[in-house]
Every structure is written in C-alpha cells, then in structure tokens.
Design a protein around this ligand. Structure first.
Ligand code: LLP
Length: 451
C-alpha cells in the first residue's frame, strides 16, 4: 500500500518486509497484533489490540549510536553531549534504553523531570527547560541538582527566589531568542521557536537585564547559553549559525566577567525522512553526522556542546498499527475513505501540522492502486492520518496498516478526546517483544473523576 515505486524505497532498517509480511526487527507485526488480540479480548470491554504502537529497540540504539559515531569521528568525545528531549516520547522503558546509552535528558515539565530521575538519568545531566516553569518545578530541579534554562526576566526572578529559599546553588544557561526571520528556519510556523515573535527565550533587548539579575545572586552559576531554533530542520548549517551566534554572545559575556560559560546548548530539531524518498521536491535532509560536522570545527577548546535531539532519536523507531474498519465513497467519484481504528487522538501530527506519515500494509498483496483518505473514528472532519494518498494496494476491511515514523510526538501527544483510551505500546527486541504501556480502558479514564 506504499507510494508508487515503494519497493525501491529504503525503509528504516528495523522495519522491513519478508515474504510479504511486515516485520519489526525479526518479529512479524501481525503476529504481535494477533497474540495481543487473543490475550486481551477477554477484557471487560472486548476492545481489539489496535491501535497499537510498536517500537524497535535496535533502531533506537542505532540512532543514538549514529550520533556517538559522528561525535567520535569529529574527535569530540566528552565535548558534545546528547541530552534526549523527553517530550518526544516519555515512555519510561524507552527512556531507560536511552539512559543506558549515557545520554542526558532535557525536560519541559516537573513530571518529565521526575520521569528522567525515576529512570535513573544522572541529575547533573538533566536540564529543565520551558517558558512557563512553575515554582514547584523549579524547586524539583534545584533540590535534585539539575540544570535550568532561563527563559525570561520573570523566570530568572523565580529561579533566584527558589535558590534562596532552598539555599541551593542553581546551574543555569540563558535561553537566547536571537529574533530570526521565518525564512531562516523554513519549517512549519508551529515548529519555529526563535523568531522575533516566538514566545521562547530571552529576547536580545532584555538580555543585559536578565544577565545583571543573575550575576547579582551568588547562588546562581551561569554555566552557558542555549538556543533552539525549531523542529524538522533539514539543513544542518542552521546549527553552525546557531553555534556562531551563541559564541559571539559568549565572547561578549567573557569580557563582562562571566568566566564559567562551559556549555553551548544548541537545542534539538533535526528532521527525519518522513517521506521515505517519495517527495522528490524536498531539499536534501542532513544527517546526524552533518550536524556534528557543522559545529565541531567552530568550538573553542574550553567549550562543551549540549544537543537536544528528540525526533532524530525516537522518530523512526515507532509505527502505529491500525485496523481497517471499512471503506466508504463520496458520490460522483469524490473521496474514497479508508476508515481505520486509529485517530487524531492517537496521532495528531497529520491533523495539527498537515504532517506526512508514510503508510504501509502489514501484509502485502497484489492488487490495484488508487487514491484514498485514511481517516479515524473521531467526531471531527479534521480527523485524518493521510489525505489524498495513493495506495498501491486495495485496502481491505479487517487488514492492518502501519503508520510509519511515529516514535516521536505520537503517543506523547495522544489524548482521550471522544473518551478514547490511549493505545498500548510494545517494544520489540529481535524476535522478542513486551508490552511497555498498557492501553487505557474506561476505568483509567474515569478514575480521576470519581471517588
Ligand atoms: N529542545 C527544545 C528546546 C525543544 O523545544 C524541542 C522540541 C527539542 C529540543 C526537540 O526537538 P526534536 O529534535 O524532537 O525536533 N510536536 C511537534 C514537535 C514540537 C517540538 C517542540 N520542541 C511535532 O510533532 O513535530
């Protein structure tokens, strides 16, 4: 059911076909679904196993190793640190695998920070970011010795007051908003974060004020500067620009007596190949190696870099498996809808950003191709997973589809809209697999509403 020419398309290596069956590593996807179907159908609500998130452990490790190999080739071991952006996928089992690869974690809420602590990330390698940190979240970070990014004047005031209250030192970086033009970060406007009118970071006109405030408090240790320009970035030279911008500011700060500016945190945001080669019109996609190369030669010897990848670590590790509920046609040769059991509440990226996710059949057959919208059961016309998609295989009721590259911002952005329970998650390791999150049932949804 792939796009034309799909047989030549390079799949992420963990997901591939063998004898027409779609496999995650060595495990046929339909076998996982089948086994779960048999073991869960006895539950009170008799819900099927789908929609179902399936992740590949090997792909996750390969993605991190890709960064590490690039860092090693650039002779930057111990100089470039990978801090996983927990927001992309906060499943504790998955985070544990990331942590075992000696990564740090960047978090944007108290609970993300707690999740990082719970999975054993070293507190000194946990960073709390965010433009609206609350006092309890700052307290949690400082009590545990985590670093914080200062996002605004009021954020600086809050961090200082919590540091005083706890009499604890606070290691902070200032998040800079360099006020870029939209044209310099050609990504969806929702995914740009360092524009003049972005809500993130300290704008340049307030920078000195924030700096003076921080310098005046002896409990504050200013250890670096941060900038995250956006997400789904295809061109790694953006990171060179960010690095140069931060190095310039750092130089000025050194002349003003800031001598402990060890870190440049250049954020995350590197894009991944969502199109699987099907959209020839796109600009070339830089690799993790390109990113590391783009910055390595710029770094003075006393500077260490933090990178905050989320998507490029977990994006292509996950698929969303969904069952076809039926096919429906509009009159007069209008739309053909494939109605599936996954919806915008399970994966909001297509509805929210018009994002493309490749769709593949879990069992390949020979049949005719046509154009369809793949839509879910949620009561919104904007509930779609793919629009005007040419499928090379006729969709059949009861068959399974795999929505590709949903490891990042898939389950993490899932909701209970229409009182739908969130999906189950499974981790595959070779020919073994385990459930890493049970699906939500009616009780999970009402538990917090009644005694
Ligand atoms: N660091 C900061 C400060 C961020 O704001 C983000 C993402 C990251 C790192 C990680 O970016 P990544 O490497 O994952 O692209 N929901 C959207 C993405 C929002 C990203 C928000 N910030 C999506 O589904 O594409």
């Amino acid at each position: 059911m792939a796009e034309p020419g799909a047989s030549q398309i390079q799949l992420p290596t963990a997901f591939h076909y063998l004898n027409n069956d779609f496999l995650c590593e060595n495990t046929p996807v339909h076998l996982i679904e089948n086994e779960l179907e048999n073991t869960t159908s006895g539950e009170d609500d008799c819900r099927p196993a789908t929609p179902l998130y399936i992740y590949s452990q090997a792909q996750l490790q390969r993605n991190i190793q890709g960064y590490k190999n690039a860092i090693q080739s650039a002779k930057m071991l111990d100089r470039i640190h990978i801090f996983y952006a927990v927001k992309a996928n906060a499943n504790l089992h998955l985070m544990d695998l990331v942590r075992k690869q000696n990564c740090g974690a960047v978090t944007v809420s108290g609970y993300e920070l707690q999740a990082a602590l719970k999975t054993g990330f070293v507190p000194e390698m946990i960073l709390l970011n965010g433009n609206g940190k609350q006092i309890w979240e700052i307290r949690l970070a400082l009590k545990n010795g985590c670093m914080l990014n200062v996002d605004s004047l009021f954020d600086a005031e809050n961090i200082i007051s919590v540091a005083r209250e706890l009499q604890k030192p606070a290691r902070v970086l200032i998040r800079v908003n360099p006020g870029l033009e939209q044209s310099s970060t050609p990504v969806h406007s929702y995914l740009s974060t360092a524009l003049k009118n972005s809500k993130f970071g300290v704008p340049l006109h307030q920078f000195d004020q924030v700096l003076e405030l921080l310098k005046a408090e002896h409990l504050i240790q200013l250890v670096g500067l941060h900038c995250h320009v956006g997400s789904t970035i295809r061109d790694a030279t953006v990171y060179a620009t960010v690095t140069r911008t931060l190095l310039d500011i750092r130089q000025k700060l050194i002349t003003q007596g800031c001598t402990n500016l060890k870190y440049l945190d250049i954020g995350g945001g590197l894009g991944i190949d969502y199109y699987h080669g099907t959209n020839q019109g796109q600009s070339p996609l830089s690799t993790t190696g390109d990113l590391i190369q783009a910055i390595a030669s710029l770094l003075p010897p006393d500077v260490e870099v933090i990178i905050e990848p989320g998507r490029s670590i977990v994006g292509n590790t996950g698929i969303l498996v969904t069952k076809i509920l039926g096919i429906k046609k509009s009159p007069d040769g209008g739309k053909q809808f494939v109605v599936v059991d996954a919806a915008m509440n399970d994966l909001i990226r297509p509805s929210f950003y018009q994002a493309y996710h490749h769709v593949l059949p879990v069992r390949k057959t020979d049949s005719s191709e046509d154009v369809y919208d793949i839509v879910g059961p949620v009561c919104e016309s904007g509930d779609f997973l793919a629009v005007d998609r040419r499928l090379t295989q006729q969709p059949v009721k009861g068959e399974l589809l795999a929505i590709m590259d949903v490891g990042a911002y898939g389950i993490a952005m899932a909701s209970n809209y229409n009182m739908r329970g969130r999906a189950m998650e499974v981790m595959v390791d070779g020919n073994k697999w385990k459930i890493i999150r049970r699906r939500e049932n009616f009780d999970s949804l009402v538990r917090t509403m009644i005694d």
